[in-house]
Every structure is written in C-alpha cells, then in structure tokens.
Design a protein around this ligand. Structure first.
Ligand code: SF4
Ligand code: SF4
Length: 122
C-alpha cells in the first residue's frame, strides 16, 4: 500500500488531545518530575507517588493513566500541566510518533482528506 505523505512543515496542532488518549508511556526526562511537582505546588515525593509509575525497563518514570487510558493530566479543557508538560509531549509528532499516528491526529486526518484524489484542497 502507498504510504501517505504528510508535510509536517505545515503542522498545526488542533488541540484535539487524541494523542493524550493513546496507550503508552509519557516518560519524564531529567528534572521534569520536579518541574511538574513545583508547578502543582507538590512535594516531589508526593507527586511521584500520586502521578507516576516506573517504566517496565526501569529507566524512567512515566505519568500514570486514568481508568479510560487517557493521561492523568488530561482534563475537559486540555492539559492541566500544559506549560510544564514533558518534552515527549512537545515533540509529537515531529521527533517521535507511533504507528498509524495519523489516524488519530486531527491535523493529519484533515491533511489526509485533502490528499485523497478527487477531494478539493480547501
Ligand atoms: S502531559 Fe499533557 S500533553 Fe502530555 S499526554 Fe498528558 S495531558 Fe497530554
Ligand atoms: S492528535 Fe494531533 S492535532 Fe490532536 S492534539 Fe495531538 S498533535 Fe494536536
């Protein structure tokens, strides 16, 4: 099957937050746990106890998920820790992405619609 070509130079996040509802780790990089804890006005140990888990490779902490699989910090109005969200979140979909990511990303879906033969580019 021919791979869809998306021009990420045109990327514009529509804030649909579908990527925050996907399975998988939201890994915390160096100092990110303390940065988020400070933002939430929490003690670092209380923050890691309440909001993180150890990744299976035991190399990092990851934010936990809600019962529905969404990130614990996803709210009805968006990311609760937006200003201090992990680098991993900021780098999607430029520096990393998962298989078939374009099927959930609103921007990519719209791009794909525009790339479908027979559909006029809006
Ligand atoms: S930290 Fe924020 S941006 Fe990152 S997955 Fe969670 S809700 Fe989404
Ligand atoms: S799925 Fe795509 S458009 Fe939606 S918030 Fe994530 S990056 Fe932005």
């Amino acid at each position: 099957m021919k791979r869809m070509k998306l021009d990420l130079n045109q990327f514009e996040c529509f804030q649909c937050h579908a990527c925050c509802r996907q399975e998988g780790y939201v890994r915390l990089g160096e100092n990110e746990a303390s940065k988020i804890a400070r933002f939430l006005e929490m003690d670092i140990l209380a923050f890691t106890d309440q909001y993180t888990e150890l990744t299976i490779d035991r190399q990092a902490l990851s934010l936990i998920e809600k019962a529905d699989g969404a990130c614990i910090f996803l709210t009805d109005t968006g990311c609760r820790i937006n200003t201090v969200k992990p680098v991993q979140c900021r780098q999607f979909p430029f520096k990393w992405r998962f298989k078939n990511w374009y099927k959930i990303c609103e921007w990519a879906i719209r791009q794909k619609e525009n790339l479908t033969p027979g559909k006029a580019k809006k």
